[in-house]
Design a protein around this ligand. Structure first.
Ligand SMILES: [N-]=[N+]=N[C@]1([C@H](N)O)O[C@H](CO)[C@@H](O)[C@H](O)[C@H]1O
Length: 828
């Protein structure tokens, strides 16, 4: 076997195609126990994963040893969601082995794309919040920051979506049914956590009062490590996900005493904790199991962090806040604040003030939404049942907060106390997890400039008065490794050829591409690539939906979770308007357009499901209506997920970012689409505003009410019926939905949308923004007729969004929140 060369920076052996081929065959034989002449694509994929893991584990070992030797301060990212997608292609690209693997497999008679399709998406998240966590841990490893992602090892990720007669059908996701090659079980780091039970107050010999929690149930937490490979093989950090199991102790005693059923039930109940991801995006589940999921993973994670800290520091806690910073990804992990207090006060017997001081230097909190229904509140009675000791601690945190903070700034002001109290009084008192997160954190950030402003002005204005320096902003970002280099290789190659190949780790370099925006030859190359990507997507659309779409039409894409504030129904009303104009004027002149949707609705979100149904029914009618003459096609892609996004985004001409201003905290799909040369049709909401600032008003189609105009309209009193009666097109298309035109023989089947927009009061101002939206699309239609002009706008989008790399987000977190040092990995 020829000697392998080892990279100076990471100690990872750089292997060539021949060596990789040997490794793949060796693993086919010795890891998969099969042979080249009978191996299935699944076996070849797993053998190749095993070969790749040889490099990954080298990096992992060197990274962990370096972090240990340098005893580095580390970031711990606490998130209930990680929307990872597939890792095969990502790991090959980040190791710089993709081309070698492609060649090695080709020489073995295999197409790497077929092997990529063997992998299930690791869909342990709902949408933007979960995907952001995945982009962030990719950037942390690529930037060589010591960091660990902590979360839950759900057996079932986000449900699989299919359509039956246009209606969403959910089926369980079984991503690791046959095992996941990218994870390692770490039984040596098992943790045990407690739930339920009661708290006893005891006094020690010195009369010192102590709290003793007598748990009702012990759950075992088994960690699974997923190596996170940085780009250019820099660091290999870890994503540690906890799986729940019944604790051995209890099981055995019950089992021994003949309680087989109890023991079995104990098992089932324990395992249910990490069984499934709650499929709600932006709504507070409020279920007991969800609270236990949150506590389970934060308790396992905190104990894991403390075990690692004590290895180096013993019982000296003085450096804990210097070594450990924990980012709370929304309020979902906020129970970690009372959990650390419990461990420090009850277990380490620390004074309250010292413990609280440590907490306040360890935790930072990111808010991702202003939607009232998404702000988590737990009934006090539920906390009392599941986490009785933590409730006591929350009460004490609250008592001291109201006295030492609130009453100082607003002496005797009970309204202020009521508004700021972590406990929301009432017939069913609630624990406000947002308030707890702000009070217990040293830094609070929103995820886009306007959102962080609204967090301060609308969500926590009094908290800002108490701690003005605690609040900051870190605008979201996306990893250009997955969302450009890997998913759009043709454009990546064009960029390499024009601006060099450093842009994947220095995305600001893209601005150099602007110099080519007026160059006809580069414009042609750029548009030819877009055309090829569109043709490839058309093949996927045909395979998944049997719908034929013309790659020469405008591909207009709206991909995100289905939610009223994201206004997929506004998009539908525009489609209906175009369809009606075509039926009214057979010569209606428009550039052919294909509207593509991708969106899952939370299973319990009725209106969201009705909107999906309506889009599918309207699509069916339009796509089979000869009078349309291919000027209009509507496609709802089933089972939208990371892997489908990677196929749709490179093929987009138009990016729909049409949320009601003030509702979309940031958005991240908007960044990925602009990066791949799509032109945004959007409101001045979330990160759309910053995208518009970067690309310039000539290269984006902004429409609709601003945040202040939305507030003013609501304040004045918004009557959607006014728009219904004032605009004949709106009236016609809403009335159309009530007929059975799109649902033959079943009139009114699609009337839920009309009802929500009229009787329902149209809370997201769809009708108010309709006219402006239609005009924006007429502008886009006119822009597209000038292909050179369009190419320039599209190229300037790609060239101007370097700011939205998650590397920049991470550097902002490092300078504004985490104060981390990079740690260059030494090889051994
Ligand atoms: N939860 N939550 N919030 C979101 C997304 N739905 O996951 O977080 C995303 C990540 O911060 C944001 O981009 C998005 O605007 C916001 O709605």
């Amino acid at each position: 076997m020829k000697k392998q060369t080892v990279s100076a920076s990471t100690g990872m052996s750089q292997i060539n195609t021949e060596q990789l081929k040997e490794q793949i065959i060796r693993h086919l034989h010795s890891t998969l126990g099969t042979d080249v002449n009978k191996a299935s694509p699944q076996a070849w994929w797993r053998a190749t994963c095993a070969a790749v893991n040889e490099q990954v584990y080298d990096g992992l070992r060197n990274t962990q040893r370096t972090h240990y030797e340098q005893n580095t301060r580390a970031l711990h990212y606490f998130s209930l969601e990680y929307l990872m997608g597939r890792l095969f292609s990502n790991n090959l690209h980040n190791l710089g082995l993709y081309e070698q693997a492609k060649q090695a497999l080709a020489e073995l008679g295999l197409n790497i794309a077929d092997l990529e399709d063997q992998e299930e998406d690791m869909a342990l998240g709902n949408g933007g919040l979960g995907r952001l966590a995945a982009c962030f841990i990719d950037s942390l490893a690529t930037l060589n920051y010591p960091a660990i992602g902590y979360g839950i090892h759900y057996e079932h990720g986000l449900f699989q979506q299919s359509f039956q007669d246009g209606r969403q059908i959910e089926r369980p996701d079984s991503w690791r049914e046959y095992g996941n090659p990218w994870e390692i079980c770490r039984p040596e780091s098992v943790q045990e956590i407690s739930v339920y039970g009661y708290v006893e107050t005891v006094y020690d010999l010195q009369g010192k009062m102590k709290k003793v929690w007598h748990p009702g149930r012990i759950i075992k937490g088994v960690p699974w490590d997923i190596p996170i490979v940085g780009y250019n093989g820099s660091s290999v950090n870890v994503l540690r996900l906890w799986e729940s199991r019944a604790s051995d102790f209890f099981n055995w005693d019950v089992f021994n005493s003949g309680g087989y059923i109890d023991a079995a039930r104990e098992n089932i109940e324990a395992e249910t904790i990490s069984k499934v991801l709650y499929p709600n995006d932006e709504t507070d589940a409020g279920k007991e199991l969800r609270l236990i999921q949150q506590y389970f993973f934060v308790s396992c994670s905190l104990k894991d962090i403390i075990r690692r800290y004590k290895r180096a520091h013993g019982d000296d806690w003085s450096d804990f806040a210097k070594q450990v910073v924990i980012q709370l990804n929304d309020t979902h992990p906020a129970v970690s604040i009372p959990e650390l207090m419990r461990i420090l006060v009850d277990r380490a017997e620390m004074q309250w003030d010292q413990a609280w001081n440590i907490c306040q230097h360890v935790f930072a909190y990111t808010n991702h939404t202003l939607l009232p229904e998404a702000l988590e509140k737990w009934p006090v009675r539920l906390f009392e049942k599941v986490l009785p000791r933590h409730l006591e601690i929350i009460y004490e945190i609250n008592r001291r907060f109201l006295i030492e903070q609130v009453d100082v700034l607003w002496p005797g002001d009970n309204d202020k106390k009521r508004k700021l109290s972590i406990i929301e009084e009432g017939h069913d008192p609630m624990v406000r997890m947002g308030h707890l997160s702000v009070v217990g954190s040293f830094k609070v950030n929103g995820v886009a400039e306007i959102h962080s402003q609204l967090v301060k002005s609308d969500l926590f204005p009094e908290m800002v008065a108490l701690w003005p320096d605690k609040f900051t902003n870190v605008t979201n970002g996306v990893t250009p490794r997955r969302w450009l280099k890997a998913c759009n290789p043709k454009l990546a190659k064009l960029l390499d050829s024009k601006i060099g190949d450093n842009w994947p780790t220095d995305l600001k370099q893209l601005s150099k591409f602007a110099a080519f925006a007026d160059d006809p030859a580069v414009q042609q190359s750029f548009m030819a690539i877009k055309q090829q990507n569109k043709a490839e997507l058309a093949t996927v659309v045909k395979k998944l939906t049997q719908i034929d779409i013309d790659p020469h039409a405008i591909f207009d894409i709206q991909i995100k979770r289905l939610h009223e504030y994201k206004r997929q129904h506004l998009n539908l009303l525009h489609i209906l308007a175009l369809y009606r104009r075509i039926l009214q004027d057979p010569d209606y002149d428009m550039v052919p357009r294909v509207f593509l949707f991708g969106a899952k609705a939370a299973p319990g979100y009725k209106l969201a499901k009705e909107i999906i149904y309506a889009i599918n029914k309207v699509a069916e009618k339009i796509n089979h209506d000869k009078r349309v003459k291919n000027r209009l096609k509507v496609v709802f892609m089933p089972n939208y997920r990371v892997t489908l996004a990677e196929k749709m985004i490179p093929a987009a001409d138009v990016s729909e970012q049409i949320s009601t201003a003030g509702k979309e905290a940031s958005g991240t799909g908007n960044m990925k689409l602009a990066l791949n040369g799509a032109i945004t049709v959007g409101t001045l909401d979330g990160a759309n505003i910053e995208i518009a600032e970067e690309v310039g008003s000539d290269n984006i189609a902004i429409f609709g009410l601003t945040v202040d105009e939305v507030k003013a309209l609501h304040a004045k009193g918004y009557n959607s019926a006014d728009y219904y009666y004032a605009n004949p097109e709106i009236k016609a298309i809403l009335d159309w939905l009530e007929t059975d035109y799109f649902t033959p023989g079943k009139p009114g089947e699609l009337s839920a949308i009309k009802r929500s927009l009229l009787e329902g009061g149209d809370p997201y101002l769809v009708l108010a923004d309709f006219e402006s939206y239609v005009k924006a699309h007429e502008k886009v239609d006119s822009w597209y007729r000038d292909q050179a002009g369009w190419a320039k706008k599209a190229m300037l989008n790609t060239a101007s969004v370097g700011k939205f790399t998650s590397d920049r987000s991470i550097e902002d977190y490092v300078s504004r929140v985490w104060q981390l040092k990079k740690c260059n990995i030494t090889a051994q």
